[in-house]
Design a protein around this ligand. Structure first.
Ligand code: SF4
Length: 379
């Protein structure tokens, strides 16, 4: 860690600002579990990501400023906190990003910021970086811009005209939960309406059709239940055509962490990380496995099981569906079998075309997953 001087240079500012950007996961790139918590040894601003095509690369990720006029209770950057504040200027951000890009250390840029002055002043800074890169340097690569809550429609459209992807964090399921965390952010006006606007402007046939929108929930900060979050996830995918939803376990500050665990009815603060993992599993079931909201099983408190994954919970709740005949079942039914993923199911469907599957070994190399699947299958 560098010693922070009263007027930090660009490198020192990056140390501070990239560390503060780590909890924003809505990069529009899928990441493996916990990958976002690892840092590249080249610097905290270089993030490993998994690309949609399965390839691997790295993203330059930073805040432009960690000064913020908002009061989100879960955030260490909120106005009331006594921390070292600093900002990058647009030209400075461009210069340092291009240096990494030209050396092929990163494939793109993820840019966010605390709220400096007003949402539109902040958007202006973020958009300026993208504009300089696109217009002055003819940069055609990936730029992800954060949309600041409360930004005007004009500022949002400006961002859409420059970015490859945008995200505005929804933070909580519903207005009441957000009100527990912030007196300043307005749920409907500052978050939901802009998300809907972006959805309209980026939907099929729309002006910015190629732009992807993502969002993120902070998990466990407002005492919300998993069933509330899942209801919102489903709506975000079904009605607003969200590209991806991300989850960030609330884990800042022991004092606050124990409060959130208590509110959420969790016994152990580390359970928050398992909640985050379970929500990612549900997200996969909704996006890739043909599950819908009613297929997700919650306990009596409205939370997902911490000990059993959501697919297995569904299987236990529906014994009448099993065993599934591996030679006859539909793709969707095979996807409901614990231990079978989309790749294995595709292999089963291919094999079935030309021969009868007689035992689990015919499906593939028997590891933990296929062993689990075996008890739910008949041949
Ligand atoms: S607006 Fe963003 S940076 Fe500012 S306090 Fe809220 S979460 Fe933190």
């Amino acid at each position: 860690m560098v010693g922070i001087t009263s007027r930090p240079n660009t490198q020192e500012k990056l140390e501070i600002l990239s560390a503060d950007a780590q909890y924003d996961l809505a990069c529009a790139c899928s990441t493996n579990k916990d990958e976002h918590r690892r840092r590249n040894k080249d610097g905290k601003w270089i993030y490993p990501v998994t690309l949609p095509n399965g390839g691997r690369s790295t993203l330059f990720k930073t805040l432009m400023s960690n000064a913020c006029s908002n009061d989100c209770r879960y955030c260490p950057l909120r106005e009331q906190m006594d921390i070292h504040r600093c900002s990058l200027m647009p030209e400075e951000t461009v210069r340092v990003f291009l240096d990494y890009y030209k050396r092929r250390k990163v494939f793109g840029l993820f840019l966010s910021s605390g709220v400096i002055g007003s949402p539109d002043m902040t958007m202006d800074r973020l958009n300026s970086v993208a504009r300089i890169l696109r217009q002055k340097h003819r940069f055609k690569g990936y730029i992800h811009l954060k949309i600041i809550p409360g930004a005007s429609n004009a500022a949002i459209e400006d961002a859409l005209s420059l970015a490859s992807a945008v995200s505005l964090n929804i933070e909580t399921p519903g207005k009441k939960n957000l009100e527990k965390l912030s007196k300043k952010k307005r749920y409907i006006e500052d978050i939901i309406e802009p998300i809907k606007l972006i959805s309209r402007l980026t939907g099929r046939g729309a002006r910015y059709e190629r732009i992807r929108q993502t969002t993120q929930f902070i998990v466990g900060a407002a005492g919300e239940r998993d069933n509330e979050i899942v209801r919102y996830i489903y709506g975000l995918y079904e009605r607003l055509k969200m590209h991806r939803v991300y989850f960030s376990a609330y884990q800042r500050g022991l004092e606050e962490q124990s409060l959130s665990s208590e509110q959420a009815g969790l016994e152990n603060p580390t359970d928050i990380l398992m909640r985050e993992h379970r929500l990612y599993q549900v997200d996969f079931l909704l996006r890739k496995y043909g599950f819908d909201e009613s297929d997700i099983i919650f306990d009596e408190s409205g939370n997902l099981s911490l000990t059993t994954d959501p697919k297995e919970m569904w299987a236990r709740k529906h014994p009448e569906m099993f065993p599934v005949n591996v030679n006859k079942a539909s793709r969707l039914l095979l996807l409901k079998v614990p231990g079978l993923g989309p790749i294995t199911v595709r292999r089963i469907l291919e094999q079935r075309k030309w021969r009868r599957i007689r035992k689990i070994d015919d499906v593939g190399k028997v590891g933990v997953r296929l062993e689990k699947a075996q008890q739910y299958l008949s041949f």
